[in-house]
Design a protein around this ligand. Structure first.
Ligand code: ZN
Ligand code: ZN
Length: 170
């Protein structure tokens, strides 16, 4: 069977918990299909780069989950793409006391559910080409980042709109 990287995401937790303060580095790339991540914006494999640290109440996991993606700007529809890199800071516990924590099962810390959820959540985010993207004109469709038009896109106040139609008679 081909090594899809999943094996590297499973860590012997007992060994680590025996040495409080011990740190283990995981840096690996996993096939998206092995993680069961399917998303129209995903264009490649998912990378997990984290430090596992043995704590009193479990094992902390800190680092990043990254995924290559492409998509379009929510406002101007410009094509975007690149590498999404999401910081993660999670806790794994044998007895899950912290309700946000992931379980350590059969003495094993499995990073794949964390990687899967993090990647899917991030891929679902809507994005902008830049924070002040002006978007497209709703009337003529030009890209207002590059061009200007004379379309009247101000929202009319209905009270004045009613007056516009009045003929004043003296
Ligand atoms: Zn844009
Ligand atoms: Zn316009």
């Amino acid at each position: 069977m081909a090594d899809d990287g999943l094996r590297e995401l499973r860590v012997n937790a007992v060994e680590l918990l025996r040495q409080p303060g011990a740190v283990k580095e995981i840096d690996t790339t996993v096939a998206a299909s092995a993680l069961d991540v399917e998303h129209e914006s995903l264009t490649g494999d998912i990378s997990v780069s984290v430090d596992l640290e043995s704590m009193n109440d479990g094992i902390s996991v800190r680092g990043t989950v990254s995924a290559p993606w492409n998509g379009v700007c929510r406002r101007c529809l410009k094509e975007l793409g690149g590498e999404l890199s999401v910081p993660v800071d999670e806790l794994y516990q044998i007895d899950v006391i912290d309700e946000e924590a992931y379980p350590i099962e059969n003495n094993q810390l499995d990073l794949s559910p964390m990687a899967r959820q993090t990647a899917l959540l991030e891929l679902d985010q809507e994005r902008l080409c830049r924070s002040d993207c002006a978007g497209l004109c709703p009337k003529c469709g030009i890209d207002r980042n590059d061009e200007t038009c004379d379309c009247d896109t101000t929202v009319k106040d209905d009270r004045w709109a009613a007056l516009d139609g009045l003929q004043l008679d003296d």
